[in-house]
Design a protein around this ligand. Structure first.
Ligand SMILES: Cc1cc2nc3c(=O)[nH]c(=O)nc-3n(C[C@H](O)[C@H](O)[C@H](O)COP(=O)(O)O)c2cc1C
Length: 458
């Protein structure tokens, strides 16, 4: 029997769906109750995890946030998901919580300490989405830094993750934390040690002061399908988010799995999740109506601003009847959404804008009643070889329509696991993804693990 699909849900700590619709709830993103209600509902529905994308950047055109982005609420404004997560941990029992921290912005010991702490607080339900950053042009301005070139950001990411893994895997033995009051022994000095790192971009000598959580290294995710992005995913990621049309998705998944095997990893251990939009209603006509209402409020000017956020390129200044210049591929901001529109049969700038107006960075949505959605989802899974879905919020910024209409149909067909019974043990996020409690021995992070004293003795 094939493994059940992994189901994750996509959010940012900002506006989601079509905020202009009166039913949209994401305008409450600064209210704690909004997030608590969402997390409780997903936990009760047996969803595997809730993911918060994040970025310090925002759309930048001519060196400033365009008025259109403020009016339209496009990749702006945004709160900090790290501040929201502990509250969600407190009201959920099984739901995985995945968060983005950028390797360009945050230093390795900061990432290691924050996520190790959250791994404890969540009982091992935390995941890290490793990104080099989409809105990097605005982010560097904000931090008063010079723009780091695109490929160098990926070299930094590689070194960053290597060091961060060393901190998680190498600082503490499993039995380093003793807490023996009679022996007056809190942590065993022989079982806690400094790690040493001399990498291409980072150097470190020291200890991660936070003891290892249930997963030790949080479940590792990656998003972004540029060449360098796929390389990073194949080396480190245990879960990958992929957004594209079906043929491109199939090619990207095959490429990531091939590269994972080249790295000595089990290709099937990299769970590839389709990031997709779903318009669902009780009837197909209702779903089409939702789609129509969503499209009616998104303008081409909005699309241009959103494209600028992901790529740093201003399509509104380019000849609408020609494809992108090949030099666009050299943008120093994000490349995934440039590379996808280059090559044979490349669309014109006008067509790219229209595509972004309809679907933004996602592939074509699934539209229909619950059975039509499940039929199409099964076909897409078979065509791509993916392992599950990262579901975009619905037009109202939440997941109610997915939870109420689609999940029951998926379950009826045996495609996703049943909601766990109350007496079933709580799994860590890595276990929910099909892995063991800790990093697979073939993962490069496992090499930083100090063999336990028992293992040395035998
Ligand atoms: C589902 C999904 C989620 C993503 N989440 C983030 C995110 O949280 N932060 C971010 O900077 N980029 C995110 N990205 C990736 C960006 O789109 C972008 O590809 C990347 O950060 C820039 O690198 P690139 O040059 O490899 O495209 C996400 C992509 C997808 C498909």
């Amino acid at each position: 029997m094939p493994a059940p699909w992994t189901i994750g849900m996509f959010q940012t700590a900002g506006l989601m769906g079509t905020w202009q619709l009166p039913e949209n709830r994401s305008t409450s993103f600064l209210e704690l109750g909004h997030w608590l209600a969402m997390a409780r509902s997903l936990d009760a529905a047996g969803v595997d995890f809730l993911f918060f994308a994040d970025d310090y950047g925002y759309p930048l055109i001519d060196g400033a946030l365009p008025a259109q982005a403020m009016r339209g609420g496009i990749s702006f404004p945004r709160a900090d998901p790290m501040a929201i997560l502990p509250a969600l941990a407190a009201v959920t029992e099984r739901l995985g919580l995945v968060v983005t921290l950028s390797t360009t912005v945050e230093k390795p010991p900061m990432v290691a300490r924050k996520l190790a702490t959250l791994d404890h607080l969540t009982g091992g339900r935390i995941g890290w989405n490793i990104v080099t950053g989409a809105g990097q042009n605005a982010s560097t301005r904000l931090f008063g830094e010079a723009m780091t070139p695109h490929d160098e950001r990926y070299s930094i990411a590689d070194d960053h993750v290597d060091l961060t893994l060393k901190l998680w895997e190498g600082s503490w033995d499993d039995d380093g934390l003793v807490v023996d009051r009679e022996a007056n022994l809190y942590a065993d000095p022989e079982r806690v040690r400094e790690i040493h790192h001399r990498g291409s971009h980072f150097s470190a000598d020291g200890i991660l002061t936070t003891p290892p959580g249930p997963q030790r290294t949080p479940a590792l995710f990656q998003a972004g399908a540029s060449e360098r992005g796929r390389e990073l995913a194949a080396k480190y990621a245990e879960g990958v988010f992929i957004a594209a049309e079906v043929p491109a998705m199939r090619a990207q998944i095959a490429d990531i799995r091939r590269r994972a095997a080249e790295n000595g990893r089990d290709p099937e251990a990299v769970k590839c999740l389709i990031a997709g939009t779903i318009f669902v209603a009780e009837t197909g006509a209702g779903a089409q109506e939702l789609r129509r209402r969503t499209e009616s409020v998104r303008s081409l000017a909005d699309a241009a601003v959103q494209y600028a956020f992901f790529t740093g390129l201003d399509l509104s200044r380019m000849d609408p009847d020609r494809p992108l210049e090949a030099s666009a591929a050299l943008t120093e901001t994000g490349r995934t959404n440039v590379e996808r529109f280059l090559g044979p049969g490349a669309p014109t700038v006008r067509q790219i804008l229209e595509e972004f107006q309809r679907n933004s960075v996602m592939g074509s949505p699934l539209i229909g009643d619950p059975r039509e959605i499940a039929d199409r989802a099964e076909a897409v899974m078979a065509e791509t070889g993916a392992d599950g879905f990262l579901v975009q919020p619905d037009a109202f910024g939440v997941f109610d329509s997915f939870v109420e209409l689609v999940l029951p149909e998926f379950r009826r067909r045996g495609l996703v696991a049943p909601v766990p019974a109350a007496d079933e043990p709580v799994l860590t996020l890595r276990e929910r993804l099909g892995g063991g409690p800790h990093l697979d021995p073939a993962h490069p992070g496992a090499a930083h693990r100090v063999p336990s004293r028992v293992a040395i003795a035998t």
